[in-house]
Ligand binder design. Structure first.
Ligand code: IMP
Length: 440
């Protein structure tokens, strides 16, 4: 069995949750390697919906072990809320959910800074999820952060006493009232309480995962967000603050990169983006409304309406190269079912020149005129077609066109939210990696 990284190839919300859920039975463990409660999956329990933001939805698969890696920023309150929600629904996490002792703790000051900055930024705002993700990573990198292992440390009050004056100075400058500023003592007490919450779950995750793999076990590394939101490779500064691309999987879990066997990319059949930042193939008007409503394109974490666009293969090719994607899951194909014609952005025109690579300079991205190929729609329902050959001919053509443009095989086609609304294409690399994909 292989150790596989699953990553989003656009700006997040590609439908990774469903694909990971589908693949869970083929793995012994699922590990998240970056991000925090900015991510979100909606999970269905009978008729009830329930959101998970930190804990992998793999926790719903009996016997599967779930890991939160050192590359994550973990809000203790959000963590406990999810644990309680799971417990209420009869899901026991103790003994199979593990939080890295090296993961960063997202403290109450982080959302406070995030919101104050965004509020003051006006036109320059990023459109964050306001969960405090950026400030928490900032403190990690500036070496002021608090890790799970530090929560009970004797040195903690001194460390917080070093950190807090900087935080207070910034918050005051952003107009936050003194009454809303937390003291070092309050924050120390918060950390001590948080320590108890992590007690049953704290572990050396890198060691556990490596032992599991070396004993013949297999791990699915679950990326949150998407390649274009990666802090190094995305549309900076309109990105999240972590390495969401596959390279983050090793660093963010403490598993050596040589133990990773392959990368499955998840690509939505059209584009979406939440928050600010460039989006070259963005749609407006009726078509935007139609796709947003049909695709239920509203954020799981913030409820914000998502911006929607045509599929951009400049972005997808970039994500393929960056992540070393050997196989693709194409999701939400059914959302395009009613369209007469479907456009795919195959290249950019910038200042009169054809460009095939995603530029680093955002001023150039803003000047992009997308070059489109137009394909005929299929105007038929694609929901729950058991095999690729059962798809309408023009839908097959669309899938093959995307495959050729992106330069990687498509092994899964998702045509609806449920497991059985997925086509597993035969004789793919994904089959080799997981020993066959069982749908339903
Ligand atoms: P942050 O991660 O909250 O700092 O937000 C930075 C950017 O990433 C914003 O544009 C967010 O909308 C976006 N973002 C963060 N998490 C997700 C996600 O899970 N899906 C889609 N976009 C996200």
């Amino acid at each position: 069995m292989s150790n596989l990284v699953v990553v989003g190839m656009q700006w997040g919300d590609e439908g990774k949750g469903k694909i990971v859920d589908l693949l869970c039975p083929s793995f012994d463990a699922v590990a998240r390697y970056q991000g925090g409660n900015n991510a979100g999956h909606t999970v269905k329990f009978g008729d009830q919906h329930f959101s998970l933001h930190l804990i992998p939805s793999g926790i719903l698969h009996e016997g599967l072990h779930c890991f939160l890696g050192n590359g994550m920023v973990i809000n203790p309150e959000a963590f406990i809320e999810e644990l309680n929600g799971l417990e209420k629904r009869g899901v026991e996490s103790r003994g199979r959910l593990w939080v890295s002792d090296r993961a960063q703790v997202l403290l109450p000051i982080h959302p406070q800074i995030d919101k104050a900055r965004e509020g003051a930024a006006g036109e320059q705002k990023i459109g964050t999820t306001s969960r405090g993700i950026g400030p928490a990573y900032e403190h990690k990198v500036s070496r002021f952060g608090v890790r799970v292992a530090d929560l009970e440390s004797e040195a903690l009050p001194e460390r917080l006493a070093l950190l807090l004056p900087r935080v207070h100075a910034e918050l005051r400058a952003l107009g936050v009232a003194d009454a809303e500023l937390v003291s070092a003592q309050q924050l120390t007490e918060y950390c001590r309480r948080a320590a108890q919450r992590f007690d049953d779950y704290q572990a050396d995750v890198g060691l556990m995962l490596t032992d599991l793999i070396e004993a013949g076990g297999s791990v699915l590394f679950e990326g949150a967000q998407g390649a274009l939101l990666d802090v190094d490779h995305g549309s900076y500064p309109f990105v999240t603050s972590s390495n969401s691309s596959a390279g983050g999987a090793a660093v963010g879990t403490g598993v050596a990169p040589t133990l990773l066997d392959g990368v499955l990319g998840v690509l939505k059949a059209y584009g979406t983006r939440v928050g600010e930042g460039p989006f070259p193939a963005e749609l407006e008007g009726d078509l935007l409304d139609q796709i947003r409503e049909r695709g239920h394109e509203y954020g799981t974490t913030t409820g914000r309406p998502r911006r929607c666009g045509w599929l951009d293969t400049v972005v997808a090719r970039y994500a393929r190269r960056l992540n070393g994607i050997g196989s693709l899951a194409l999701t939400k194909l059914d959302v395009l079912d009613e369209l007469d014609q479907i456009k795919v952005c195959v290249a950019y025109e910038i200042d009169g020149e054809r460009v095939d690579q995603f530029p680093a300079d955002l001023a150039k991205v803003e000047r992009v005129k997308p070059i489109y190929e137009t394909l005929p729609g299929w105007r038929e329902n694609t929901l729950a077609r058991p095999t690729f050959e059962d798809l309408p001919r023009n839908a097959q053509r669309y899938v093959r066109f995307v495959e050729a443009e992106v330069g990687a095989e498509i092994s899964l086609v998702s045509t609806g939210p449920r497991r059985e609304e997925t086509i597993a294409v035969e004789h793919t690399r994904l089959e080799e990696w997981v020993g066959g994909v069982t749908i339903g």
